[in-house]
Design a protein around this ligand. Structure first.
Ligand code: ZN
Length: 306
């Protein structure tokens, strides 16, 4: 059975997109419950300056806590070398840095053009290597950008090569704006894999902004992708379209992969129960997902007897 890694990014991607700060105890309960449901990798936070994102101020404590959970791969996002040093000090197993394929988006977000970002990636790679941390580069806006529109695919391939040359151990393609379609996922995964090797192009970070999230997952699966990012309850919504869903919903992703007979290691019933922690800690915050509304499907054995 093909093993698929689901990387839960809600505690970082979801929580950084909402203004409210989730209490540390609730974050810990979330991470522990999701690991107990069988999720093997969690991005617990981001090492950005707390003055910029107070929601992420307790990331070092969360890394230390998550490290005590057996079998859990603890990853964190870092915006730069300074963040990487903090992640190393905290003891993260792995880090990732977002690298926007849209130069306009990159300059607006982190005030760095592509050349400056590649220099930062090289500096982060050195820190990661010294600390024995896994280092991934998240190619954000790879499928299009709200500011620049279409992002040429040959540019993504060229920047993927440059990121690997700068020291990235692994790449992920991110549909930041929710523009990806399955045909584009196929082309881009193929193009990047041909350029940097399949072992380095393993992960997709997909959104469900326009309902194409799971269709894009299937396209990725067919191209050999083995890791998918997702967020419990699609927490945080879409940063570019208020009210719309954003991150792929972990519950829906697990339902589909388990139903397809792929080995996620995740118990869907236990995963669904984790939503209660979010609902209690963030009352009124929209939580998305079809599976939580409809309930899981019957077991195949039960279906046969129905
Ligand atoms: Zn996202």
């Amino acid at each position: 059975m093909t093993r698929i890694l689901i990387s839960e990014v809600g505690p970082r991607d979801g929580l950084q997109s909402i203004d409210r700060v989730m209490p540390l105890a609730a974050k810990k309960a979330w991470i522990a419950a999701e690991a107990a449901a069988g999720v093997r990798e969690i991005e617990v936070g981001s090492f950005v300056p707390p003055s910029l994102l107070p929601q992420m101020a307790d990331t070092a404590e969360l890394v230390a806590f998550a490290r005590t959970i057996a079998g859990l791969n603890v990853v964190a996002l870092v915006p730069n070398a300074k963040g990487a040093a903090r992640a190393a000090e905290a003891g993260a197993h792995g880090i990732s840095i977002p690298f926007s394929m849209s130069e306009t988006h990159s300059i607006k977000n982190v005030r760095k053009d592509h050349r400056a970002m590649l220099a930062e990636i090289a500096a982060v790679a050195e820190i990661a290597q010294g600390a024995g941390m896994h280092f991934a580069v998240g190619m954000s806006t790879a499928f299009g950008c709200t500011m620049e529109g279409a992002v040429p695919e040959d540019r993504v391939v060229r920047l993927a090569e440059a990121a690997v040359a700068a020291g990235a151990a692994e790449l992920s393609l991110s549909d930041t704006a929710g523009y990806a379609d399955p045909a584009q996922v196929r082309r881009l995964v193929r193009g990047v894999r041909a350029a940097v090797g399949a072992e380095r192009m393993t992960t997709l970070h997909l959104h469900n902004t326009r309902g194409l999230g799971l269709a894009n997952v299937v396209a990725g699966l067919e191209e050999g992708i083995t890791t998918f990012d997702a967020s419990l309850g699609g927490l945080g919504g879409c940063p570019f379209a208020p009210g719309a869903s954003g991150n792929l919903v972990t519950e829906d992703l697990v339902l589909m992969l388990n139903a397809m007979g792929l080995d996620t290691g995740v118990d869907l019933d236990k995963l669904l129960a984790v939503r209660a922690i979010l609902a209690e800690a963030l009352p009124g915050e929209p939580l998305y997902g079809f599976t939580p509304d409809a309930g899981p499907m019957l077991d195949y054995s039960e279906r046969l007897h129905a």
